[in-house]
Design a protein. Structure first.
Length: 217
């Protein structure tokens, strides 16, 4: 079987899973997100309102038994400017003409959580599941899938700590790498590194040089 055929087969399998999930979880909005990389690992985007029910189906379905979340990662998607060409009518020299204009629109950014799911029982996977926040600000939240996959607890905390993704229903959502007083989220693409390392107990190298600008010798 060629690599292209393997990708198509994977896509078809994911499409079948999508159909079965939609039948089992009424109202669930699922979308297959293609991956054009050599690995061709397509993923399944699920709406937040039905994410927990979908996760339970993926874990409990007899043909899937996706009982292990091996990896939970965050992705930051910044605002993007999208150019769209439109034809509009204008009067030029007294004559109505149809001209083409380029309209720029800003597409709001969002944060994404990616789960790699495997079946320890049936020895297959991964199935890649995605959740998205509504924005990067006051609605940067998704449901926690820790109640379904217990091993996701620390990894969701890491995404919360570094990306600022709030996991609703998480049993212990607090920072895991950064200290409690730390502000901001260092894995976001627009994160600006502070110049004042007041919490660095032993500044060295570049950090030491920056520290000298704030504290007397």
């Amino acid at each position: 079987m060629s690599h292209v055929e393997e990708i198509l087969e994977l896509m078809e399998t994911l499409d079948q899973i999508k159909i079965r999930v939609e039948a089992a979880v009424p109202g669930a909005a699922l979308e297959i997100v293609p991956n054009a990389s050599p690995d061709g690992q397509h993923s399944l985007l699920v709406d937040n309102a039905h994410a927990l029910a979908v996760a339970k189906f993926l874990r409990d379905d007899s043909a899937l038994r996706l009982d292990y979340a091996s990896n939970v990662t965050g992705i930051d998607w910044l605002d993007t400017v999208v150019q769209e060409k439109r034809k509009v009518k204008q009067v030029i020299d007294g004559v109505e003409r149809e001209i083409e204009q380029t309209i720029e629109q800003t597409k709001p950014g969002y944060l994404e959580v990616v789960y790699h799911l495997y079946s320890m029982e049936l020895k297959h996977g991964p199935l890649i599941l995605r959740l998205r926040t509504a924005n990067r600000g006051d609605r940067a939240c998704v449901p926690s899938l820790t109640p379904v996959w217990r091993g996701a607890e620390f990894q969701e905390r890491e995404a919360y700590d570094l990306y600022g993704i709030n996991f609703e229903g998480h049993p212990d959502l607090r920072r895991i790498l950064m200290w409690d007083e730390f502000k901001d989220f260092p894995m976001r693409k627009d994160y600006v590194e502070p110049d004042d390392y007041e919490y660095e107990p032993t500044p060295h190298d570049d950090v030491l040089e920056k520290t000298k600008r704030h504290y007397p010798a």
